[in-house]
Design a protein around this ligand. Structure first.
Ligand SMILES: *[C@@H]1O[C@H](CO)[C@@H](O)[C@H](O)[C@H]1NC(C)=O
Ligand SMILES: *[C@@H]1O[C@H](CO)[C@@H](O)[C@H](O)[C@H]1NC(C)=O
Ligand SMILES: [Zn+2]
Length: 255
C-alpha cells in the first residue's frame, strides 16, 4: 500500500486513518540549533554487526511502498529504504538542518531484538525501534551505492525475494561519531512513536549520474499485480513540531 504525500488525501490527512500521525513525538524534525544539546556520553556508533562479508544471510524484499527492504541478519532484522525529492530529485531528505534539506535520506531500521521477537512485535512499542538516518547529497560517485542500486534493480518487482550478502557499513558515512539523537516516530503511517533516531551529521555523496540514471529504476516500484507504476520519490514528510524535545548531539561544535 502506498501512502500519498500530495493533495487531497496527502500527509496532512494521514491522521484520519492513523491517529498516531497527529500525535506526539512525530518525525522528522528540523535540527534547529536551539534544540541541540551536546552530550559527551554519546559513543560512536558501532557497526561491526553490519559487516556481512562472512556467512550472515541478508534477505532483501521490496514491498512496493517506498523502496522498503526487509533484511534478516542472524538474530536481528532491519529494513532499509530511501526518501527522495519529487520534481528535481535534489531535495528529498526528511530531517533537515536549520531548514537545509539534503538530496535524499537513507533509513536503516532496527528492532529491539533483546526485548521483542520480531519487528512486528516491536514496531508500536516505545522502545521498539532504532533507525539510523543518513543524509545523501550530490557529489562524488559512490561505488557502494552503485553496487546497492544495481542490486535493488533486481528486486523492483513487488514480492520478489532474493538473498544476498551486502556490507551495509559501506553505505554509511565515514564519521560514525557525529550524530543527532532524539525520540521520534515512523515517518510513514501508522507513525508509531517508537523510534530512537540516530541521524549522522555528515552526508554521504552520490553523483548526479547515480541519482538520475543508475538509481532511476530503484525509484519506481512496478506492481506486477496492479500493472501500475508507483513513484518511490517525493516521499518525504514535512517537519513535525519539536514540542519539548531536545536533540542530543555527539559533537561539540553543533551548539
Ligand atoms: C481524509 O481521510 C478521510 C478518511 O479516509 C476521508 O474520508 C476524507 O475524504 C479525507 N479528506 C481528504 C481531503 O482527502
Ligand atoms: C512475531 O512474534 C509473535 C510472537 O512471538 C508471533 O505471534 C508472530 O507471528 C511473529 N510475526 C512474524 C511476522 O514473524
Ligand atoms: Zn524512512
Amino acid at each position: 500500500k502506498s501512502h500519498s504525500y500530495g493533495r487531497p488525501d496527502g500527509e496532512h490527512n494521514w491522521s484520519s486513518n492513523y491517529p498516531f500521525c497527529g500525535g506526539a513525538f512525530q518525525s522528522p524534525i528540523d535540527f534547529q540549533t536551539q534544540l541541540l544539546r551536546y552530550d559527551p556520553n554519546l559513543p560512536p556508533i558501532q557497526v561491526q554487526n553490519y559487516n556481512l562479508a562472512t556467512k550472515e544471510q541478508l534477505t532483501l524484499s521490496n514491498n512496493g511502498h517506498s523502496g522498503w527492504c526487509s533484511m534478516i541478519i542472524e538474530y536481528s532484522a532491519a529494513q532499509l529504504h530511501f526518501h527522495w525529492g519529487s520534481s528535481n530529485l535534489l531535495t528529498g531528505s526528511e530531517h533537515t538542518v536549520n531548514g537545509k534539506r539534503f538530496a535524499g535520506e537513507m533509513h536503516v531500521v532496527h528492532f529491539n531484538s533483546d526485548k521483542y521477537p520480531n519487528i512486528s512485535m516491536a514496531v508500536d512499542k516505545h522502545d521498539g525501534l532504532a533507525v539510523l538516518g543518513v543524509f545523501i547529497e550530490i557529489g562524488e560517485f559512490n561505488p557502494a551505492f552503485d553496487k546497492f542500486f544495481k542490486y535493488m534493480n533486481g528486486i523492483k518487482y513487488r514480492g520478489t525475494l532474493l538473498s544476498y550478502t551486502f556490507n551495509i557499513h559501506a553505505l554509511l558515512p565515514a564519521r560514525l561519531d557525529e550524530y543527532y539523537r532524539y525520540d521520534g516516530s515512523l515517518t510513514t503511517p501508522p507513525c508509531y512513536p517508537s523510534v530512537l533516531w540516530t541521524v549522522f551529521r555528515r552526508p554521504v555523496t552520490i553523483s548526479r549520474k547515480q541519482v538520475f540514471h543508475e538509481n532511476r529504476y530503484s525509484l519506481y516500484a512496478s506492481y506486477a499485480q496492479e500493472s501500475t507504476t508507483v513513484p518511490l520519490h517525493g516521499n518525504y514528510r514535512k517537519p513535525q513540531i519539536a514540542d519539548n524535545r531536545v536533540v542530543l548531539v555527539s559533537f561539540k561544535d553543533g551548539k
